[in-house]
Design a protein around this ligand. Sequence first.
Ligand code: AMP
Length: 279
Amino acid sequence: MSLHVIQSRAEFEAWRQATTTTISFVPTMGALHKGHLALFEEAKKYGQTVVVSIFVNPTQFNDPKDFEKYPRTLEEDLKKCAAVGVDVVFAPTAEDMYPAHETPKRIPLPEVAKPLEGQSRPGHFQGVITIVSKLFEIVKPQYALFGLKDFQQVRVIQEMVKSQNFPITIIACPIVRSPEGLALSSRNTRLSPAGLKKALGISQTLTLAQQLFQQGLHDPKTLVQKLTDFVSEDPDLKIDSIDIVDAQTLLPPTSKGSWLVALAVFVEGVRLIDNCVLK
Ligand code: AMP
């Protein structure tokens, strides 16, 4: 089947009503890279039809400049979708998703949305759950795939699906990295070649965290201090946050559950995030 591109909500709803196949859905903001493409490949293993949305959602940007600068590359994105066998791309307009006459339904923010990014980016997760729940209502998928690059987002969506009783199975997919270790991100396109090299310090910090943990350093405060010292060695890396939390609750870790290391670091003014679960 060739790629079907739908750029209006009404047209998508008509298509959806006429569709009887099971759907795997991957919401994205475009500027597609191999991390997204891996989700599309994985999506094929679940539903019979793969639907990808491309929409740069204004309500999840707490910084308007970040929204303006977000890369928009629809033509290239469509070629990539066609090449990996996506069936339908839904690329609605802002007016389609946020009609002027409609007051968006306010979905309660799950507890897991409050720490970490919830602290650094006020309003971000409210924007995420607003758009994802709207998309879920329009696309009505049986499966939805998300990347663990945005670990907290996966937890937030899982909790939202539970609380709102969406009949959707959430599939969490591993982080795709460059051969040198940098987590792929649409924001990486805003870095200079020198910035891309500097950004490798982020995944190196996660490697250090794994090493220290495996060597028996199990005190979260000391671990965070060691990671902070490591990042601070490079004056071009500006720490926004370094946290170690319980990977389920995202609250301070206990001796029982597994631990998540979550980093947010500015490189050339671009805020990059990365994470790993300590083993
Ligand atoms: P975005 O377009 O940044 O909103 O991302 C769309 C989806 O792709 C989200 O579920 C992200 O977590 C996922 N994603 C983005 N980058 C990566 C990556 N490097 N590895 C795995 N998933 C990713």
